[in-house]
Design a protein around this ligand. Structure first.
Ligand code: FAD
Length: 274
């Protein structure tokens, strides 16, 4: 059975949280191993991420947080982790994160490996740590090989698994997985899947994240961008075919970037028979 998970971002309001709980319930029929809630750049959603994880867990779903250093010192991060452990979490996604927009470039971000090391040295509880991986290479990486070496550093620091940035080229994932294996990375590498539901968001995110949109996909999206139904239908075809290829190629699971909406993720999950 592939491991399925769904990613959310933290809503602004309690009404938003109630909607998110409803979305989580709709997606529950695909039996996800967990739902993860992102952490805003610079720790900007510390309280909101915590509140969303709490509300989801109160409703009976296995929600877990993403975490980065943000601007925090060690003790503050450890205290936050302690609060999460009280909620019963057994997993976390540990990240470097990005600088908040408008923060300039003077501030240094602490890499994810240091957060993994902090968790392993200060937290005495069985916690599964996921880290991020980039089949199409992280935009800051000097080389593809250096990116894999740093990923190995995160695993050596104590991470148990990787979730990838989304991509639309299945070959990028398979090539990356083979290179990771050759580098001695022996943890599961779960592909991140971005359903296609909004043209502008997809183009913007992908440019920033260094994600390649294949020309044939881009050209068809250009054509259907004004027609929601056609865009969703095409997006579902493309992403379902990708998911099938990944699972047929022994990907250990799928992590869906839901953007807090069920329909496009459901359409794909149904199509591929999850
Ligand atoms: P790192 O692993 O630190 O890597 C960042 C860059 O530095 C890479 O180029 C890497 O090659 C290099 N590097 C790594 N380690 C070192 C080192 N020790 N020394 C020198 N260079 C190094 N962002 C958010 O703000 N909030 C979220 O909740 C969030 N969730 C995400 C979930 C997933 C599954 C993924 C794939 C991404 C997520 N992101 C999130 C985006 C992520 O924060 C950005 O991609 C960020 O730029 C890098 O984070 P990282 O943890 O991969 O960083």
């Amino acid at each position: 059975m592939p491991q399925i998970s769904f990613e959310f971002f933290p809503p602004q309001t309690s009404r938003g949280r109630a909607n998110l709980v409803r979305t989580a319930k709709v997606l529950a029929r695909f039996r996800p191993a967990f739902y993860s809630v992102t952490y805003g750049a610079g720790g900007s959603t510390r309280e909101r991420t915590f509140a969303a994880v709490g509300a989801l867990r109160d409703s009976g779903v296995n929600a877990i947080p993403h975490l980065s250093w943000g601007g925090d010192e060690e003790d503050a991060v450890v205290a936050l982790l302690g609060d999460y452990l009280k909620l019963g979490i057994d997993r976390i996604v540990a990240l470097r994160g990005d600088l908040p927009s408008g923060a300039g470039t003077s501030r240094q971000l602490r890499h994810a490996d240091s957060l993994v090391r902090l968790i392993r040295s200060r937290i005495d509880a069985p916690l599964n740590i996921e880290v991020a991986a980039y089949p199409e290479v992280h935009p800051d990486a000097a080389t593809a090989s250096a990116d894999i070496d740093f990923l190995k550093g995160k695993i050596d620091a104590g991470a148990n698994g990787c979730i990838t940035q989304y991509f639309y080229n299945a070959e990028a994932y398979f090539h990356f997985r083979d290179r990771c294996a050759a580098a001695g990375i022996d943890v599961p590498i779960v592909p991140g899947i971005m359903p296609i539901s909004n043209y502008d968001t997809l183009i913007r995110f992908s440019a920033k994240a260094g994600v390649d949109i294949p020309r044939w996909v881009q050209r068809r999206l250009d054509e259907v961008q004004g027609d929601n139904e056609a865009l969703l239908a095409f997006g579902t075809d493309v992403v379902s075919t990708l998911c099938r290829r990944l699972l047929d190629g022994a990907a250990p699971g799928l992590h869906f970037y839901t953007l807090n909406k069920a329909p496009s993720t459901e359409a794909i999950a149904e199509r591929i028979g999850l």
